[in-house]
Design a protein. Structure first.
Length: 248
């Protein structure tokens, strides 16, 4: 019987059997895996809080014939503020979904793990507009995955001036002279470009008091969402819920 000892973050959980739950864990040492918490559906179970979504904990997991099973756990971070705030919960759900869909089973990435841990902590502790946070998170995520958009100069010719367009297929900002070389180049407002740069390079804590107009905020979100879809070829359902919250 193989024992795994690792820190992990709960991405999601589901019911299995009459009394158990199965969690999707992103482990720091072994990548993404599924682990059963026996009796977790019982209110007095020692595992009742072990696989709550967004929990960070140290786990001892053993490998059974068909599943991994959680044997012991010790809480590191519960992210209680996320549970109490619908807006925070929606953002955290989106973050967990993106990581879950990007990762293959048993795929390891300590950089991605630490980024997820840092992002969830920021959601829990900071007060940031959901769309601004999501835009910043998405930009940081695609950059971490190797798809950082070119923003400081034209992605086609290298020109640093007159960056008036953005192209998903070409991979970033495009100057006036090269707009016809990228079939999907769309007009890009100068303020929008500045906002995208700031969201990409700025730490989360610097986004708390930033003032961005609704028009620019929505334009950035639209651009980055399309960029994510182009390069990751994945759509995320929880993003729809965030959009609905913004319109309430």
């Amino acid at each position: 019987m193989r024992l795994l000892k690792t820190e992990a973050i709960v991405l999601k959980n589901n019911l299995i059997g009459e009394t158990d739950k199965i969690a999707t864990l992103f482990t720091k040492s072994y990548g993404k895996l599924q682990a059963v918490a026996k009796g977790a559906r019982r209110s007095k179970s020692r595992f009742v809080n072990a696989i709550r979504t967004f929990v960070v904990a140290n786990y001892v997991i053993f490998e059974g014939q068909n599943y991994y099973y959680i044997d012991q756990w010790e809480l590191i971070e519960a992210h209680k503020n996320i549970e109490k705030d619908l807006s925070k919960f929606s953002v955290a759900s989106y973050i967990a979904e993106t990581i879950n869909k990007i990762l293959e089973e048993n795929q390891k990435s300590e950089r991605l793990y630490l980024f997820l841990k840092h992002s969830l902590k920021a959601v829990d502790e900071l007060q940031i507009d959901p769309l601004i946070f999501i835009s910043s998170y998405d930009l940081k995520l695609v950059s971490l995955l190797g798809y950082m958009p070119q923003l400081d100069n034209c992605v086609v010719c290298g020109e640093r001036e007159n960056l008036k367009y953005f192209s998903n297929s070409c991979g970033g900002a495009v100057c006036i002279n090269c707009k016809n070389k990228c079939f999907d180049a769309k007009p890009l407002h100068e303020v929008t470009l500045k906002a995208i740069k700031y969201f990409l390079k700025g730490d989360y804590d610097k986004l708390q008091n930033i003032k961005v107009s609704v028009v620019i905020k929505e334009e950035v979100d639209k651009i980055i969402t399309a960029y994510m879809k182009e390069h990751l070829e994945i759509e995320f359902k929880s993003k729809d819920f965030i959009d609905k919250l913004q319109n309430m």
